[in-house]
Design a protein around this ligand. Structure first.
Ligand code: SAM
Length: 287
């Protein structure tokens, strides 16, 4: 592994989640893992000095790199020039404020679009949720995350490590943890290890849901009190008494003692659809 110890590590804004990758081998591994079939274009989030950008550029027809920190952009432009890289477009801005649909249409005609990033950890969850939104046309997102978060994201709904966040992620994609990255591979060295996860984004959501707002609200509400049974945590929220909600759970085939993390995606979909069909429960009225 070639380690670039000469990075100006004194320049790192903690507030922007700046922990720079110093392993070329790991950057290359992420770039290769982010490819999908056919001619591809990549969106990179937070390129900084270009550790990952340099590995993406030769593999992709085009890279669009979005960086919030203007000072880093000057250095990135210089580094790309020095490496004779000319298929990277740099956008200065906040990833959460970009019109990704427009960027994809304008910059990646006829290309399969993926995202690759060593994410700024303070906003990894909202970034990923935005990327998975249906209709954007992103095929996959291969991203570095804090290891614990990566494990939570990859825990299949209905298994031990599931959290409320696992459900929307698995509804829109197939997340898979690829490999761990120990914290010594970054400067400055962060407190925790990282891991790379690839989200293969689904063309259609994993389960059929009649009212997505209600479906996600049931998941959110039941995980607010994850130690409680579904019966106890949801009946007040839904405005039902225990007998009414017990019979709904019975129709779904659920044990009355069932807790949220025991429910699969399909289980929550079944419950949400039944509430709409049988009781005409309308998300707008209960929220
Ligand atoms: N890709 C580089 C690497 O692997 O060494 C840097 C990764 S560093 C963990 C995260 C990067 O995201 C930083 O360059 C930071 O400035 C940038 N960043 C932070 N918040 C951002 C935002 N809201 N929009 C775009 N970039 C952001």
């Amino acid at each position: 592994m070639k380690v670039q110890e000469d990075l100006p590590v004194f320049y790192a804004k903690k507030s922007l989640g700046q922990n720079f990758l110093i392993s070329e081998a790991i950057a290359r591994k992420i770039a290769v893992a982010s490819l999908v079939e056919g001619d591809c274009g990549a969106i990179e989030i937070g390129p900084a000095y270009g550790a990952l950008t340099k590995e993406l550029a030769p593999l992709f027809k085009k890279v669009v790199a979005i960086e919030i920190d203007e000072q880093l952009i000057l250095q990135l432009e210089h580094n790309l020039l020095q490496n004779n890289i000319n298929n990277v477009k740099i956008i200065h801005g906040d990833i959460l404020k970009q019109d990704l649909c427009k960027i994809i249409k304008e910059e990646f005609a006829n290309l399969n679009v993926v995202v690759a990033a060593n994410l700024p950890y303070y906003i990894s969850t909202p970034i990923i949720m935005n990327l998975l939104k249906p209709g954007l046309g992103i095929r996959a997102a291969t991203v570095m995350l804090q290891k614990e978060l990566a494990e939570r994201f990859c825990a299949k709904p209905g298994t031990k490590n599931t959290g409320a966040i696992s459900y929307p992620l698995w509804y829109y994609s197939r997340p898979k943890k690829l490999f761990n990255v120990p914290k010594g591979n970054f400067r400055p060295i962060p407190k925790v290890d990282s891991a790379v996860v690839k989200f293969d984004i689904l063309n259609v959501p994993a389960v059929k849901v009649m009212d997505e707002n209600l479906f996600f609200a049931l998941i959110r509400e039941s995980f607010k009190k994850r130690r409680k049974t579904l019966l106890n945590s949801l009946c007040v929220y839904l405005g039902l008494n225990k007998n009414e909600f017990s019979s709904i759970l019975n129709i779904c085939g659920f044990d009355l003692q069932i807790r949220p993390e025991q429910l699969t995606l399909q289980n929550f979909a079944t419950l949400a659809n039944l509430l709409v069909e049988e009781l005409s429960i309308d998300f707008k009225k209960i929220s």
